[in-house]
Design a protein around this ligand. Structure first.
Ligand code: ZN
Length: 294
């Protein structure tokens, strides 16, 4: 009797204990534990580099030139082929900060300049903008007046008479003036301060200002692209202690110029046909203080 009952009773009594949902939960728990364990091990063996490359859909880091393109810059912008008075990113410089009206800078450059100027003013130093944005047409005017001799070089020479050879004439003008299409002044990121001669910055208030700029300009984003010529900077314009460049915008533009501007793009003015012979993009556009380079 015990035997007869035992099997059926046993079956009946055990059935509730082996209910399907409970088994499923236990199996799932066991599998999940195994999963966590192997996942944990995998995590410990992951290097940080592997982790970053394993992040799904992470956008690849953009180069500076790509950032410039993304922001809407192109070769025409780099060559100054626009009117800053009509460009939405530009503002007119208040005449109290300049030696005349009608000068333009990019808004972010102007903002940074005003902060820098205010900080210098607390030290009793004054900054006056002598030149800011100059577009292609404006630079063409400067260049061609020097090319034809209508305007004398800073040495006092008439370039057309003193340098009949076009390459020699261009190289002489290039000591201080850019070929149209190759100037950082096209970009709205660069400005000239106080005086167009290095001697001003070597005594008295000019020297004090220059010393302050060397110590503090970088805090506001500014750098002197035309540092002394020499081993560090073998090519390009002579030293200009008055010329300062706002790097947060100018560096992406320099990177874009390095990638997309060629000597053949530099055309449309008297003397342009020696641009290639001089290698004006590599030696002048990119011939800047390595400390300002992207
Ligand atoms: Zn300048």
């Amino acid at each position: 009797m015990a035997t007869r009952l035992s099997r059926s009773n046993l079956t009946i009594k055990l059935m509730p204990r082996f209910n399907i949902p409970l088994i499923a939960a236990l199996v799932a728990f066991a599998l999940c534990g195994a999963c966590q364990s192997s996942g944990g091990d995998a995590q410990h063996s992951d290097s940080p580099a592997e982790k970053s490359t394993n992040v799904p859909d992470a956008p690849p880091a953009m180069t500076l030139a790509e950032q410039a393109r993304e922001a809407g810059f192109d070769a025409d912008y780099i060559m100054g082929k626009f009117n800053p008075a009509e460009h939405p990113d530009f503002v007119v410089v208040d005449q109290q900060y300049a030696d005349r009206g009608g000068l333009y800078l990019r808004q972010e450059v102007y903002d940074a300049f005003l902060k820098m100027r205010a900080a210098a003013a607390k030290e009793g130093l004054t900054m006056t903008i002598r030149s800011a944005t100059r577009n292609f047409d404006y630079q063409k005017g400067i260049w061609e007046r020097k090319w034809t001799g209508a305007r004398k070089l800073s040495s006092g020479a008439d370039a057309a008479q003193a340098f009949p050879d076009p390459k020699a004439r261009a190289l002489e003008i290039l000591k201080y003036s850019s070929m149209p299409g190759t100037s950082r002044h096209h970009w709205g990121t660069d400005l000239d301060l106080n005086a167009f001669n290095n001697a001003y910055f070597e005594t008295g208030p000019g020297q004090q200002l220059y010393a302050w700029m060397q110590a503090h300009a970088a805090e506001y984003g500014f750098c002197q692209p035309y540092s002394p010529k020499g081993e560090e900077r073998p090519h390009g314009y002579n030293e200009e202690k008055w010329h300062w460049s706002y790097l947060p915008t100018a560096q992406p533009l320099t990177a874009l110029a390095r990638e997309s501007l060629s000597n053949g793009d530099i055309e449309g003015f008297k003397g342009a046909d020696v641009a290639g012979e001089i290698d004006v993009v590599r030696k002048y556009v990119l011939g800047i203080n390595p400390g300002c380079m992207p």
